[in-house]
Structure formats: C-alpha cells, structure tokens
Design a protein around this ligand. Structure first.
Ligand code: DLL
Length: 422
C-alpha cells in the first residue's frame, strides 16, 4: 500500500505560530457571537467585551462559560447564529436523562468537520487505498456520518456499516479486508469476539474507538482480540462531533485540533488547572451555525504540551477519565466507572455493568460481570479503596451494545436491573 497520509501543516506548526492562529480564532468567534447578539453575545457584553479586539488568549479563562443547560434552554434553534436557510444539517445526541441536544452545521462547518475527521483517519495510518469499516451509528449521532465524511475528504474507501447486524459486519470484514475499523470500544469487543468465534481472520491495522470512556485495560483486550492498534478518538456533538481529538499510532494522548477548537482544563470552581492535572475539559468552537465559547463538557482529562514523536505539536489530552456526572460517590469515595473497567478486564470478560444499589441510605456498589476469577473482588478493593460486591453472571447476561454501552445503572427500588442480582 502507498505511504500513509501525514499530518496537515497546521498540525505541526511551532507553538508560536499556533498561538497566532488560536488568537485569530478567538477574536473571530467573539466577533461572531457579538454580531449574533444572542445569549452568549449578551454575556460577553455584560463582561465588558464588545468585540474580538478587546481580548487576547490570556483573557480566555476570564470569559463566560456556556453549558449544556444553555443548549437545552434554547432548544432547538436558539443558539443558532446564522439565518435558518444557511443550516445545512443538524445532528445531536440522545443525551443524559433523555433530553436531546441538537446542533446545527453550515456547509462550511460540514467541510471543517470532514477535514478534522480526515485528520483522525490519518492519525490511524490511513493511506491511499485504505478501506475504513465504519461501524459507528449513522443518523443524528455524529459518529457514523462524521467518520464517513472524513473518509471521503481524505480519499479512502468507506464501508458505511453503521452499528448492529453483527453477522453482516463479519461478512464484510472478511470479504473487503478493511485496514481501519471505526466503532465504539464496546462494539469493537463484540465484533472481535464474534470474529473469533466464527474463525474469521481479520487484516485490520488500526481502529479509532471513542464516543464513550474506555480504559487502558480494554485497549489491551481489543488489541489482542482484533490484532490492531486501538486508538482513542474523542469528540462531542456540541463542538463538532468526532474529530475534536485523536491519538496517533504512538498511543500517548489525543492530539486536540486546537488550531480550530480552543481547549482548557478547569477545576470545579472553573479555574484553570495546570497541565498534567485532571480537570473538566472546556472547548470553544468557531462553528458558523453554532459557535460556542468555553463550553463545559463535563468530561475529565488532563492536558500536555510536550511534543509527540509523530511530529504533531498540538496540545494532547489524556484519555477521558470519565464524565463529571458519571463519577460515583460511594460512601464518600470517588469512583469513575473506567477505573472499575481497568480491573474487570484483567480478571473477567470485558462485559460488565456497575449497579449502584441505592435502596438503602448507605449505597452499595455491585460489579456484575461474566467469567469473574477469584481475584476480582480483592483487586477492585485495592484499586478503588472501597469494597464492592462482585456478581459473576452467566455468559450473555450483560446487555451488549451496538453503540455506546450503558456501564452504570442505578437500582432505586423494585426488581433488580439485571437477572441474578440480589
Ligand atoms: O460521541 C462523538 C463521537 C463519535 C466521538 C464517535 C468519538 C467517536 P456525543 O454523542 O455528543 O458525541 O457524545 C459526546 O461522549 O462529551 C464524552 O462524554 C463522550 N465521549 C466521546 N468520545 C469519547 C472518548 C460523540 N474518546 C460525549 N472517551 C462526550 C471518553 C468520550 N468519552
């Protein structure tokens, strides 16, 4: 196969050149918000900002935040900053608590998104002639169409599988021999197990797995099952979709496309945290249809500005530790489901669900999995600093996901959320 596509020039600029680009983006974004004169423009004016010329990158952390609540309050089109007829597409996510989040794109936004996803595929070593088996769901969810447009923009072949119909996926994996697989990490496990059971030999080289938190332990499981380099891809509908940040083959953090999306990490009070310290990721996006200033993602990760051997100079983010609102506080101990996963995959199959039993005032953490070995309970206690009940359930009991897996369920009252729990 021909030589792999490399980074775009913007991905390898010096940090000084990058600062110039980022400064321009920030000023353009502020000008656009002021001109649109909506919620964010009003907040900027109240903070004494009347235009982009008033701010520098150093002022970013003093500007007002935007939140998911703002998007909900202005659903569906309240945050749109262009005339309705310029909206080329909408996407969204089903969201927590069943409240949908809708985002809008102009044609230029879609082109930018395609370029960002093309970068992601290049990070995975895509080359002319590459075949991308895209098993992210197609539809309102940004995974399927984002990667699809990225593959078209890069000039590689895309197989638009969407999620589900695993038998059919196996058939095409065997027949078309893709070198790149894109889907959620939980579906990657499912595909890998199904391929192994069917005795299908895969020729995959790399996979871009994201849309949900996943641990280093699950990375090893996926790499072993599928015989590929498992890379992390991060994004959210509000900012653009997949393609906000992607790991390269070095597998040492995700390169954030900060020449377009300005990123910060902040503590609970909203103050910046130093590089290397986990904080909530905050992104600003210059999208025309729905520009957002300092959007609080709820996702917790740390940032690093160390250069990467791949040559990309963009800031890198660690794997996401979890969502701020997914963090469980059990008897005063903070637990991210991903921490549990990293232990489970070493002592059981990668199918697990965390049940938070809140039927009594003192909540209990039940880790339900399949094929648990003796060592799981003590290993969990050592990792979490908290004892939890391990339930080893028959194979196939834990629900399998085509897209994002549900890792945490709450048991408030009534029947147990999984058979076999007491
Ligand atoms: O999940 C976009 C996406 C599609 C990313 C395909 C990567 C691959 P939403 O449905 O809006 O968008 O959900 C966004 O998913 O705020 C995170 O909580 C979570 N998330 C996305 N990627 C990762 C990741 C897509 N790599 C929400 N690691 C985000 C951890 C992730 N969490």
């Amino acid at each position: 196969m021909a030589e792999a596509y490399g980074p775009e020039p913007a991905e390898t600029m010096s940090r000084d050149e990058l600062a110039v680009v980022r400064q321009r983006r920030l000023r353009d974004l502020i000008d656009r918000l002021i001109a649109a004169d909506g919620l964010q423009g009003g907040r900027l004016r109240a903070a004494g900002v009347d235009g982009g010329q008033d701010v520098t990158l150093d002022d970013l952390h003093r500007l007002p935040f935007t939140t998911k609540q703002d998007l909900w309050d202005s659903y569906p089109y309240g945050m749109v900053a262009v005339p309705r007829e310029e909206i080329a597409a909408v996407h969204g996510s089903s969201g927590t608590g069943g409240r949908p989040t809708l985002v809008a794109y102009t044609k230029r936004d879609l082109a930018l998104w395609a370029r960002m996803c093309a970068r992601s595929l290049a990070c995975a070593g895509a080359a002319p002639g590459s075949v991308v088996h895209n098993a992210y769901g197609y539809g309102l969810f940004t995974g399927g169409l984002g990667i699809h447009q990225g593959a078209l923009a890069l000039g590689v072949t895309v197989v638009p599988m969407s999620g589900g119909m695993t038998e059919r996926q196996l058939r095409l994996l065997a027949d078309l021999r893709p070198d790149i697989l894109t889907c959620t990490p939980s579906y990657a496990v499912r595909l890998g197990e199904a391929a192994r059971a069917a005795g299908i030999e895969l020729r995959l080289k790399a996979g871009l797995f994201g849309a949900e938190p996943w641990s280093e332990g699950l990375r090893s499981t996926i790499e072993e099952l599928l015989g590929l380099a498992a890379l992390d891809i991060y994004g959210l509908s509000e900012i653009i979709g997949p393609g906000v940040a992607t790991e390269c083959l070095e597998r040492s953090g995700l390169h954030v496309n900060e020449d377009h999306f300005l990123v910060e990490a902040v503590d609970a009070s909203g103050a910046p945290v130093p590089d290397g310290t986990p904080g909530e990721l905050v992104f600003s996006t210059p999208k025309e249809a729905m520009p957002l200033l300092r959007y609080r993602t709820g996702d917790v990760a740390s940032l690093s500005r160390e250069p990467c051997p791949c040559g990309r100079t963009l800031v890198r983010m660690s794997k996401v530790l979890g969502r701020r609102d997914d963090m469980l506080v059990i008897r005063g101990v903070n637990v991210f489901p991903r921490q549990i996963e990293s232990v489970v995959v070493r002592h059981a199959s990668p199918h697990y669900q965390v049940v938070v039993d809140r039927r009594t005032p003192m909540p209990r953490l039940v880790v339900a999995c399949e094929g648990a070995g003796q060592g799981l309970a003590p290993a969990l206690a050592a990792e979490l600093g908290l004892s939890c009940d391990v339930r080893d359930l028959p194979p196939g009991t834990i629900p399998r996901a085509d897209g994002k897996a549900v890792r945490v369920v709450t048991w408030d009252s009534g029947e147990p959320p999984l058979p076999g729990l007491d």
